[in-house]
Design a protein around this ligand. Structure first.
Ligand SMILES: [Zn+2]
Length: 375
């Protein structure tokens, strides 16, 4: 082993040691944690959510746990209490704890309050794997003050880093719990929609299979339930994993379009990833070539079939949809809307990520634009 001239040093595994005479003594987790302090962890959490297009409001200071956040997206607002620590290797000397154990050390909190309408998030950040891990606060309301640490393992963190998501069923303070790990792209999904994963129960091992499941496979999982409770739980699980699929699609598409609407060029964190061929369609997929970055206004108009994009990228207005708006006396602003449309969408510079002509054609057919305009 190398000689360390200073009394403190960090191992390859990111643990901190102190040299006392000839001995190397591992420091307590509180000391480990001092190297990513709570306010910095919260900042990382907030910045990751904001990069994904959310607005995050912090209530009060981030000096003490929990941090109180309001996370606002296009679809929802989520109030959260965030208890956050750094994930470190297990304590003790060699052989005391399994080498692949990873954990958070619960410090300076008395418990995890559960209140209706507020999400209590019990989370660790792993600098080693670059992922977030979430424990189930309902299973730790009476955690032991003598050994206040929550475990997971290095494989789970690695899998989450590689695939975006990993789950693990493990013993908890009360019963068993499902630990959920996600990479940075999926933090917003977990905060807003991932909670039902902790209820996966016996399906914990199949959660990852649901990511790319067909509608038939989803149906089969729900239909094979033994009780209506189980069916309801599985239905929620299927919805949660559909949202995961959207969360996977979004950053790829937004990145390709530099976070700007393909129609009007607006950024302003008001841009969504739209499917050209809808996901419910047999040809609908999550490839970037089936996506368009659109602002909220143009996404709504596109999904409703008021505007369409031809295979030569020209933007067309659907006369039938416009007429329906006139008949319903909901056509205020239609002329201004139409006049502001450019002739064509802005496509990414790189050809491989542009929408394919085939997807654009199916997209127009599905939304019932007149065949004459599609050709
Ligand atoms: Zn737009």
């Amino acid at each position: 082993m190398a000689h360390f001239p200073k009394p403190f040093f960090r191992s390859a595994r990111n643990a901190w040691f102190v040299q006392i005479g000839p001995k190397q003594v591992k420091l307590a987790a509180e000391k480990d944690e001092a190297f990513i302090r709570f306010p910095e962890l919260v900042e990382r959490f907030v910045v990751t959510l904001e990069r994904a297009g959310n607005t995050v409001l912090l209530a009060g200071s981030t000096q003490n746990r929990p941090a109180r956040l309001r996370v606002i997206s296009a679809e929802s607002t989520t109030e959260c209490l965030v208890f956050l620590w750094t994930i470190t290797p297990g304590g003790g000397g060699a052989g005391v704890r399994p080498a692949n154990e990873r954990r958070i050390q619960i410090t300076n909190v008395g418990g995890f309050p559960l209140q209706p309408g507020i999400r209590t998030i019990l989370v660790g950040w792993s600098p080693e794997a670059g992922v977030w891990s979430f424990w189930d606060p309902r299973r730790h309301s009476a955690f032991s003050p003598r050994s206040p640490s929550l475990q997971t393992n290095a494989q789970l963190l690695e899998t989450a880093g590689a695939r975006g998501l990993a789950t693990q069923l493990r013993p908890a303070t009360e019963g068993r719990e499902i630990v959920v790990s996600v990479s940075a792209d999926f933090l917003p999904w977990y905060v807003q929609q991932g909670e039902p994963l902790h209820n996966a129960d016996v399906d914990a091992d199949h959660v990852a299979d649901l990511i790319d499941a067909t509608p038939e496979a989803e149906r089969e999982l729900i239909d094979s339930s033994q009780s209506s409770d189980e069916a309801a739980r599985r239905y929620e699980l299927v919805q949660t994993m559909r949202a995961f699929r959207d969360a996977r699609f979004r950053p790829i598409v937004l990145h390709a379009y530099s976070y700007r609407c393909a129609v009007c060029g607006t950024a302003l964190k008001l841009v969504d990833a739209a499917h050209i061929v809808p996901v419910y369609h047999p040809q609908g997929g999550d490839e970037v070539t089936n996506g368009l970055a659109l602002c909220r206004l143009h996404h709504g108009a596109f999904d409703a079939g008021l505007i369409g994009v031809r295979s030569d990228y020209r933007i067309i207005v659907n006369p039938a949809a416009a007429n329906r708006l006139v008949e319903a006396q909901l056509d205020a602003g239609l002329d201004r809307f139409r006049d502001a449309l450019p002739p064509s969408i802005q496509v990414p510079a790189s050809i491989e990520v542009r929408p394919t002509p085939r997807n654009l054609r199916i997209g127009l057919e599905v939304r019932q634009l007149p065949p004459l305009l599609i050709a």
